[in-house]
Each structure stands twice: as structure tokens, then as C-alpha cells.
Design a protein around this ligand. Structure first.
Ligand SMILES: [Zn+2]
Ligand SMILES: [Zn+2]
Length: 493
């Protein structure tokens, strides 16, 4: 028997339910069952693949912008090439365990353990002497064009600055200048002290799976691209966990949608993560970094100060506007996160989709006040005023555009290395949390201060005073601890 059961909404193919029987009597009975099944719209033979499931899943799941970007990368670079064409119903736990084991050995899916050359897709960026533009601009433009054409895609690593310069016969300063310009547009990510990778979103029409270049095309120049023999590098356990979490969620959804009746990720075991405690930076070291930041600029000093005293996230601080700071009530309102992705500037909800009010202490108020006074004086000199929706931290004369979070990270890295201290913005938040807890402040308030979801943050919203007394003490405590002998609260910071 063959029964037509409509069009599979996912694959777009006709669904035909089939059964073979030995006798006509048995066939009649089976036919009745099949018709019933077809009417009920059940699709037991639905050939939906893992790739199709993931496409459907990512369009419905509520990831925040940064989680989405990294998860889409895992899906495109690893999950789809590995098991994208497998039917959802045929995925079993052992298949996933095999995948995880393989990634533990080497993160490159084309690797079979035999030696091969890893080709890179770096375009020819040697400057044209006839071109009147500066060399860095030509290099940056070449990278932009390669991203636009899909030659370079999200996650691709560029050679290091010295390698890049040597390979393409450029000056290291030219390459660095080009990288910084691209990072400012959000097109590349500069991982401090490590590699620079392409951050851009892939073009919308890019096919689901990433093309692995095993055999380079005509015109490819291994020397210019800096292609190297492949060296096996295990994928980080935390990344494998991330991949497992995506698969788990997707199969969970597949069960809800009745595309499968089990979740193979439930029986798969990703590698165990060893929890390591990171020691928080000492108050003395944090004070050193802030002192160093103040020598760079008042704004940088205030930014670094706010990182450790308020525990506000990098993008949240960038997103702070003048109206979010209430100096009369000694409060800061954290409502937005500012992110730059693929050249797009987005002002979005905070990471936990919940705004929060933070107490700030008198020292911090004074620092902000004198900082604002300075900006206002500068603007008044040219006959302008500071708007309510202007950003607190900006390189724009009217403060209309906030600092780029990636740019801030670089400045902070420079400041920290100038102070001889290992500290980044996340480390600053870590300091905030661990010092508060060590100082006897309760977990719930600390969680709320840092904007962690759960942990009592919701409770705060029901208070008449948006911040409880303990948060006032928390603010004063951190400020005092961090200031050491330093800031003169009356004068200029
Ligand atoms: Zn090559
Ligand atoms: Zn390998």
C-alpha cells in the first residue's frame, strides 16, 4: 500500500506512507491504519535532518545576541559538517559520543590523523603602489572585500601581525593599523596576545555547511596565505560542552514538535569539565590599574573605577547614558547592553533582560560629577550642551556614539599591562563579586548588583527604594577598599 500523506513542511517533499503485506485481508487492515495516520498528520518517516532541525531550532530559541553569534559559529563550523545530513531519528547517543571523542582528539573535522596542509583563505593584500590611499587603508579594504565575498568568514583566523607583515611584505605598523580599524567596525576580533579572527556574520546566502578548503583553487598562493602543515589541536572541553548544550536543546525541541520520540543527547556524555578557581586580583593591584588608567585619561580612569566598584558589564558601561546616572539619589540605572557585531552597532536589553538600579557611593558620585563638569565645560566652549541621551563614555565630541566595547578591552589591556597587573574587565567583575562575598555581603545582593539572573534580583524590583540598605554599604565598602589612599574626592579625578 502507498498512501499520500501531504507535503512534509520541512523537506518540501511528498510524504508517502508505505506498507507491504502478504494477503489482501492484511492489506485492508494496514490500509485503514495508514489512512488514519495520514489524516492525523503523523509523519513517522519524516526525513528531517539534523541540519533542518537546527535551522528551525535557532529561529525559535531565545539566545541573546552574543550567545547566538557563538552558537551559530559552532553549528556552522562543527555540528552541521559533522552530523548535519544525518536524519534526526537516526541520531543515537553513541554517535554523539563518537563526535565528542573525535573533537577531543582534534577540533578540525577534516583531520583523519594523517598529515595534511591547512590552507588559509587570506587574499593577496600587497598594496598597489599606484593607489593613492595609505597602505593600511588598502589592507583593511582588502579584508573587507574578502569578508563581503565570503572568502573570509566568521571564525577564520588571520596570521599574527608579524607573520602577516612578513608574508605580504608589509610593515607591522600597517597591519596593526588595519586590524584596529577593522576591529573598530566589529569585523574582526583581536584576541589580546593571540590571534585575530573574523567576527563578521556569514552572508545570508552562504550554504549551511562551511566549505573546508582541502584543495585550494587556482590563484591560491600558499606563501601569501601562510598555509601550514596541520597540527592536531583538541577542541576545548568547554566548547564541546557548548556544542552538547545546543544539540540537547535542539533535540528537546524536536521531541516537543513530535519529530522524534527521544533525545539522543540525554544519553551522550560530553567530557567532564574541571572546575578551576581563578584567584581574584588583590585590591592593591586593582588600585594600580586604576591609577594607570587615570594617567591615560579621566574617562578611562572613571571607566575602570566603575568596572570594579559597580561590577557593571563591559557593554553595559558602554551603553550608559547621561540620564541613567542619578547623582541626587546616588543611583545608576543599568538598562542596556551595547554590542557591535559584524559592523552593526546594537543597543539591546541587558544580558539577563532585566534592568537594575545600583547604589553608588559618595566618592563615585564625586568622580562622575567632576567628569561630567569637564565634558559640559568642553561642550559649552563650542556653544553646545550635553544631551540626556548622550553616552557617558564616548570618543565623539557630542558623546552621541558610545565607546566600542572591543576598543575598550584593548585600552584596558594596555592599561593593565602598563600597570604590570593581569586584569581585564571580566577580572574586574570577578574582583567585585569575590571581594563583596569575602567582605561578608550576602550572595543575593551581590548577585543582584552584578545583574546575575535569579539570585534575588527580581526581589529588588518590589522594594519601594530600588536599592536596599545593604547595597549602599556594598557600594561604600568597595569604593573604600579600592581607593586605598588615592583619589581626592573634591577635585579632579
Ligand atoms: Zn595554501
Ligand atoms: Zn588533526
Amino acid at each position: 500500500m502507498k498512501v499520500y500523506a501531504g507535503i512534509d513542511p520541512l523537506t518540501g517533499r511528498e510524504i508517502r506512507l508505505r506498507r507491504t503485506c502478504r494477503t489482501e485481508r492484511a492489506a485492508q487492515i494496514e490500509l485503514g491504519k495508514l489512512l488514519e495516520q495520514a489524516v492525523a498528520g503523523r509523519q513517522p518517516d519524516s526525513a528531517v535532518t539534523v541540519a533542518q532541525l537546527l535551522d528551525q531550532y535557532v529561529s525559535t530559541v531565545g539566545w541573546d545576541v552574543s550567545t547566538r553569534a557563538s552558537n551559530l559559529g559552532y553549528i556552522r563550523r562543527t555540528i552541521k559538517p559533522a552530523i548535519g545530513s544525518t536524519q534526526v531519528r537516526k541520531v543515537r547517543g553513541p554517535l554523539l559520543d563518537t563526535l565528542y571523542a573525535r573533537l577531543m582528539r582534534c577540533g578540525n573535522l577534516t583531520c583523519t590523523g594523517k598529515p595534511f596542509t591547512e590552507h588559509r583563505n587570506i587574499p593577496d593584500l600587497r598594496p598597489d603602489p599606484a593607489d593613492r590611499r595609505p597602505e593600511w587603508e588598502q589592507v583593511a579594504d582588502g579584508v573587507r572585500a574578502a569578508i563581503r565575498s565570503g572568502q573570509l568568514t566568521s571564525g577564520d583566523a588571520l596570521p599574527s601581525v608579524p607573520d602577516f607583515a612578513w608574508l605580504q611584505g608589509l610593515k607591522p605598523g600597517t597591519v596593526r593599523h588595519a586590524f584596529l580599524a577593522l576591529a573598530d567596525e566589529g569585523l574582526v576580533h583581536i584576541h589580546h596576545g593571540r590571534t585575530t579572527t573574523i567576527a563578521a556574520e556569514p552572508a545570508a546566502d552562504e550554504p549551511g555547511t562551511r566549505r573546508q578548503i582541502t584543495r585550494p583553487g587556482a590563484g591560491h598562493d600558499c606563501k601569501l596565505s601562510g598555509c601550514r602543515p596541520h597540527v592536531c589541536k583538541p577542541m576545548a572541553k568547554s566548547t564541546i560542552h557548548g556544542i552538547h548544550a545546543i544539540l540537547s536543546g535542539a533535540f528537546e525541541a524536536a521531541m516537543r514538535w513530535e519529530w522524534t520520540d527521544r533525545n539522543p543527547a540525554a544519553s551522550a556524555r560530553p567530557p567532564t569539565l574541571r572546575r578551576q578557581t581563578i584567584l581574584a586580583t588583590s585590591p592593591e593591584d586593582v588600585a594600580k590599574v586604576i591609577a594607570e588608567a587615570r594617567t591615560r585619561s579621566v574617562a578611562m580612569g572613571l571607566y575602570m573605577w566603575l568596572v570594579v566598584v559597580t561590577g557593571i558589564r563591559r557593554g553595559e558601561l558602554c551603553g550608559l547614558q547621561i540620564r541613567d546616572v542619578d547623582l541626587d539619589r546616588a543611583l545608576v540605572h543599568v538598562a542596556f547592553n551595547y554590542v557591535v557585531r559584524g559592523g552593526q552597532r546594537i543597543r539591546k536589553d541587558t544580558k539577563t533582560h532585566q534592568d537594575r538600579w545600583l547604589a553608588i557611593d559618595p566618592v563615585t558620585c564625586a568622580l562622575i560629577e567632576s567628569y561630567l563638569a569637564q565634558i559640559k565645560a568642553e561642550l559649552a566652549a563650542v556653544g553646545a550642551g550635553l544631551r540626556d541621551d548622550a553616552y557617558l563614555f564616548s570618543n565623539d565630541p557630542a558623546h552621541a556614539r558610545p565607546w566600542n566595547p572591543d576598543w575598550v578591552s584593548h585600552r584596558v589591556a594596555e592599561v593593565a599591562s602598563g600597570a604590570g597587573v593581569e586584569l581585564d574587565i571580566k577580572g574586574g567583575r570577578h574582583y567585585t563579586a569575590s571581594q563583596l562575598l569575602a567582605g561578608g555581603f550576602d550572595l543575593r545582593n551581590t548577585a543582584a548588583r552584578l545583574g546575575h539572573s535569579g539570585g534575588g534580583a527580581t526581589t529588588l524590583r518590589h522594594y519601594a527604594d530600588p536599592v536596599p540598605e545593604v547595597d549602599r554599604r556594598a557600594a561604600a565598602y568597595l569604593a573604600q577598599l579600592t581607593a586605598g589612599p588615592a583619589p581626592q574626592s573634591g577635585g579632579r579625578p
